[in-house]
Design a protein. Sequence first.
Length: 193
Amino acid sequence: MSNAEIKKSNRRKFILLLILMCSPVFISYVLYFMEYRPESKNYGDLIPIVKLTGKGTNQIDNTIFRIKDLHGKWILVTIDSAEQCDEACKKKLYLMRQVRMVQGKEKHRIERLWLINDDTKPSEELLKEYEGTYFVSAKDSELLELIETKESQTKHIYLVDPIGNLMMRFPENVDGTKMGHDLKRLLHVSQIE
């Protein structure tokens, strides 16, 4: 092989190597400007993180409840009226209980919180049926002011992380199985016990 052929061969190898090394950058720019967004694995919607603060009255024992009392736990939150707890309200309470139960040995890392947006105490039937849920009267509390608008608050189940940040909202008419998978994945990857 002559010296010219070797130079030509090396030049081809160099150009091929250069193309190969630059292609990821080029592809990423193309995908960015085409606004390609891969689907996420999570079912719930990640929302802008809000640090929840505030207090309310625990309806079980009439004590003051602070959100920081549950730090270290994942918290499923629903917001509804105790006076008008309709089928949608009861379904959310039921799904929160079931999703917690299916986590098996990890269920101790999850709490359920019902923020009641009126002055009515839940019926004894609801208190008994959803025992273990925190029933908190939060009508004029800062807690409710930090969670979206009043119109959409009652349509969703929310998730608060172990350090007290509101970070996820599950869709209206939530699918309990998909919600359970999201929670299982979060519990698996979470480093906070």
